[in-house]
Design a protein around this ligand. Structure first.
Ligand code: CTP
Ligand code: MG
Length: 230
């Protein structure tokens, strides 16, 4: 069961406030970007990665791909204004049909088993995403006042990767472009085609590195995994 993966990496990491793309920050001496790419490099089911990058990062990223022997990047495309535009650019380079994953470069802790379960589900249904049940009590708030306590049992926090039949994702992205719709994930574009999207239960440690405190969590996750390997 093979797949290709689009990896949006063209952000600026403004909320991380590191003064550079957060994907260049190091965890255990290795850049976040490389932690993420290694998962796909080492997964034999992955036949190719398409990376969306910011032109200002191009030289540095290329050097890192060489240094860490990342061989499966088949295309580097320029990123766009928003994440969605970066992925749109990447999708233009995908020709054959099959399964495509979209995975944020800023989520370095994704694991092969989860990718496998996700791609299997997408193969069956056309669209599948990974997520975890919400743990906190969730409330809808307006102007500083609670409007409603939302029933938690039906709420999931959604992550990447998200997996799709290629033609379905391309159709969804074209429609979003025509309608000038910008969503916060890929599945929301597919939902607009009234296509069912399945959810696969993932892992709470598949965090996205967004703000500085996420780096503490990242160190803890790495330590836990090192212990598991010993
Ligand atoms: N991304 C992208 N193109 C953009 C914006 C984001 O490819 N125009 C990528 C980021 O590099 C990241 C993923 O999309 O891997 C998720 O985005 P986010 O966590 O928001 O990262 P940044 O946009 O870099 O961070 P910020 O929003 O804080 O600036
Ligand atoms: Mg962003």
């Amino acid at each position: 069961m093979t797949y290709q993966v689009i990896i949006p990496a063209a952000g600026q990491g403004k909320r991380m406030g590191a003064g550079k793309n957060k994907l260049l920050l190091e965890l255990n001496g290795v850049p976040v970007l490389i932690h993420t790419l290694r998962v796909f490099e080492e997964d034999e089911a992955c036949t190719g990665m398409i990376l969306a990058i910011h032109p200002q990062d191009e030289m540095e990223f290329k050097e890192l791909l060489n240094k860490y022997n990342v061989t499966k990047v088949i295309n580097l495309v320029p990123g766009g204004e928003e994440r969605q535009h970066s992925i749109y650019n990447a999708l233009q380079t995908v020709k054959n049909d099959g399964t495509i994953l979209v995975h944020d470069a800023a989520r370095p802790f994704i694991q092969k088993g989860q990718i496998q379960r996700l791609t299997e589900k997408a193969r069956e249904t056309g669209a599948a995403i990974i997520g975890v049940p919400a743990k906190d009590t969730m409330k809808k708030v307006q102007d500083g006042v609670v409007v409603e306590t939302v029933e938690r049992s039906s709420l999931w926090a959604v992550q990447t990767p998200q997996a799709f039949r290629i033609s379905l994702l391309q159709e969804a992205y074209e429609k979003a472009k025509i309608d000038a719709f910008v969503g916060t994930d890929d599945a929301s574009l597919v939902e607009r085609l009234h296509q069912p999207v399945s959810i696969v239960e993932g892992d709470y440690d598949n965090i996205k590195l967004t703000t500085p405190e996420d780096l503490y969590f990242a160190e803890a996750i790495l330590k836990k995994r090192e212990k598991e390997f010993c």
